[in-house]
Design a protein around this ligand. Structure first.
Ligand SMILES: Nc1ncnc2c1ncn2[C@@H]1O[C@H](COP(=O)(O)OP(=O)(O)O)[C@@H](O)[C@H]1O
Ligand SMILES: [Mg+2]
Length: 582
């Protein structure tokens, strides 16, 4: 938690102002009862109307000032808390962006979302309440205690006998509340995970008529969550009144004792044995109320602090994730002459926590101006293999060389800026078509974008959209068909002037004619290293080099004719897809 609070340094100005106003506001609160008792003792008891008027004006002035100060306190504490959480969210987001796919899977996307939103909000709440209460409660408490002792030490002692009892109750409550809160945040993660998964699969759920089944599952989770929240709130709603009642009992005791003492009122000095003056009793009661109030605030803090601590721990867990893929200390820049060769040298790879490696000992080179194809059944490791080039994952054995240098020796940004990557699952973002293309190259000219659209055969449908390049693409491009999505995703990669273009099964949703047309356009217009992953043999027949993968191993490398001769697996794929006809 302390670590997160260090973020406050960036906004120390507003934070300091808010604390200053908190202290000032309490100062006013401490002075007022003294003035009141003074008015009673000296003004009312002596019938001095002038004195009452004069002091009354002073009191009103101080009260007015207190109000203004309180407003400033609220303003600056809200501002500090909002800025704090803004900074914290930014730090978190920047951190998440440095993480690799594998790193993110350690925490899980739904949990990451809860941590960036709900947990940040809880810490923000803590900062806000903290700036208001953590400063003012101790001042009220200590100030109140000092004032009561100054006014009447004997009475004060009687009252404070109650303090240990309250401390014991509070301790017991905290012990039960903390584990509950940890469980609550976990449940929230679970609900988020559930909603995310079901929303993205809503069509499947409808198609299989599983709504009721899913509703019931959700209902269970929801009931568990609200039951826990209720239990938590019930404990809190008991704690605060109990503390209050205890202290009010003390107050009653005080009034009773002093009332009894009024028998011994001295007719000359107006003093009793226990209470020095009527005005003092009034001040005493006000200070006691202040003490009660500060204890109630402290009780609330006892909930807010552990709650915020758990959220802070969850946030720190994200901040502490070591990015497994990092830049080298001294980055190399690509060798200009070779521009774009990608060489796999004895590459092996195993996913973390997986028993068997998904790739073993793969070696081949993809050359500039040539089309290198990778073919193999699903799960043969094609996507995993090409993920090594932009370093989505790092090899666990061997090397991937880009222009003769290990990819791990480049700065990631530099490396990735040289690669045009089309992922297997077309992922577009909400915004215009142009926004999406500019993902490939921020500074792309209109001509560059048009060309990319032409090559990927996207122009034909983009031009038909109402606003052309400015047409709206919804989240995940749900307003486009599968094939349109894929073509736009290809266009995005082509908008970038890269040295290597990697297409991961990017033609699978295109009909055969479009598939062929896009590939012919690419061959004609693009002079770079091209790596095409495919399951359809038709997509790769004309490639300059075909690598056949089977269960993570290369079982053949060569041109189509050579492989038909030498590679049994390739022949099998060919026969199964082309029906044996050459
Ligand atoms: N993130 C991951 N974590 C663990 N295993 C994975 C992950 N991604 C893929 N795999 C496994 O690696 C193997 C190869 O997957 P993949 O490279 O996607 O194959 P392909 O692209 O050829 O269909 C599969 O058996 C799959 O289960
Ligand atoms: Mg794949």
């Amino acid at each position: 938690m302390i670590r997160l609070l260090k973020q406050l340094k960036e906004i120390k100005g507003t934070a300091a102002l808010s604390m200053l106003f908190a202290i000032l506001a309490q100062g006013g609160g401490l002075v007022l009862p003294l003035l009141m008792s003074d008015i009673i003792n000296n003004g009312i008891m002596n019938g001095d109307v002038d004195y009452i008027k004069r002091m009354g004006i002073v009191m009103m002035a101080i009260s007015a000032l207190s109000v203004v100060i309180s407003i400033f306190n609220s303003y600056f504490s809200s501002r500090t808390a909002a800025l704090f959480s803004k900074n914290l969210r930014r730090t978190l987001f920047l951190k998440v962006e440095t993480l690799s796919k594998g790193d993110i899977e350690k925490i899980g996307t739904p949990s990451l979302i809860t941590r960036c939103t709900n947990d940040v909000r809880i810490v923000q709440d803590f900062v806000l309440q903290g700036l208001r209460m953590i400063i003012s409660a101790p001042i009220m408490l200590v100030g109140g205690v000092i004032m009561t002792f100054v006014l009447n030490p004997r009475l004060a002692l009687i009252i404070f006998a109650l303090v240990p009892i309250i401390a014991v109750i509070a301790g017991a409550v905290i012990k039960t509340v903390i584990p509950m809160f940890r469980k609550r945040q976990k449940m929230l993660d679970g609900i988020n995970r559930f909603i995310r998964e079901k929303l993205s699969g809503i069509r499947v759920i409808r198609a299989f008529n599983k709504q009721e089944f899913e509703d019931a599952k959700f209902e269970d989770k929801n009931i568990d969550f609200s039951a826990l929240t209720l239990k938590f709130n019930r404990i809190m709603s008991v704690l605060i009144p109990v503390c209050t009642v205890l202290l009010i009992c003390g107050l009653e005791l005080l009034v009773m004792l002093s009332a009894k003492n009024l028998d011994t009122l001295d007719p000359v000095t107006q003093r009793t044995e226990l209470i020095s003056a009527i005005g003092d009793l009034q001040a005493f009661i006000t200070y006691m109320l202040m003490i009660i109030f500060s204890v109630v605030m402290a009780a609330a803090m006892f909930v807010i602090i552990p709650r915020a601590r758990i959220s802070a721990l969850r946030i720190c867990e994200v901040l502490d994730l070591e990015a497994s893929i990092t830049d080298p200390e001294t980055a190399e820049t690509a060798d200009e002459r070779k521009k774009g060769t990608v060489e796999f040298r004895n590459v092996s790879f195993a996913y973390e926590n997986a028993a068997a490696p998904v790739l073993s000992d793969i070696s081949f080179t993809a050359e500039k101006g040539k089309v290198t194809a990778i073919i193999g059944g699903t799960g043969s490791g094609k996507s995993s293999l090409i993920a090594m080039v932009p370093r989505f994952f790092d090899v666990t054995g061997g090397q991937v060389l880009f222009d003769g240098t290990d990819v791990r020796n480049y700065a990631q940004e530099d490396l990735r800026s040289r690669i045009g990557f089309v992922p297997q699952k077309a992922c577009l973002f909400s915004g215009s078509v142009e926004d999406n293309l500019r993902f490939g190259d921020e500074n792309a000219t209109e001509e560059q974008m048009r060309k990319a659209l032409d090559i990927s055969c996207s122009s034909e449908f983009v031009d038909k959209l109402s606003d052309g390049l400015q047409s709206f693409v919804s989240q995940n491009a749900n307003n486009l068909s599968g094939g349109q999505k894929q073509r736009l995703s290809i266009a995005r990669a082509l908008t970038r002037k890269a040295e290597v273009y990697i297409f991961d099964d990017s033609f699978s949703a295109l009909d055969f004619a479009t598939d062929a047309a896009v590939r012919a356009n690419i061959r004609k217009n693009i002079n770079a290293t091209i790596i095409i992953v495919a399951q359809r043999i038709g997509t790769i027949l004309d490639a300059d080099k075909i690598v056949v993968l089977d269960q993570g191993k290369t079982v053949g490398i060569g041109k189509h004719e050579e492989l038909m001769e030498s590679c049994e697996q390739y022949r099998q794929i060919y026969i199964s897809q082309m029906g044996g006809a050459e």
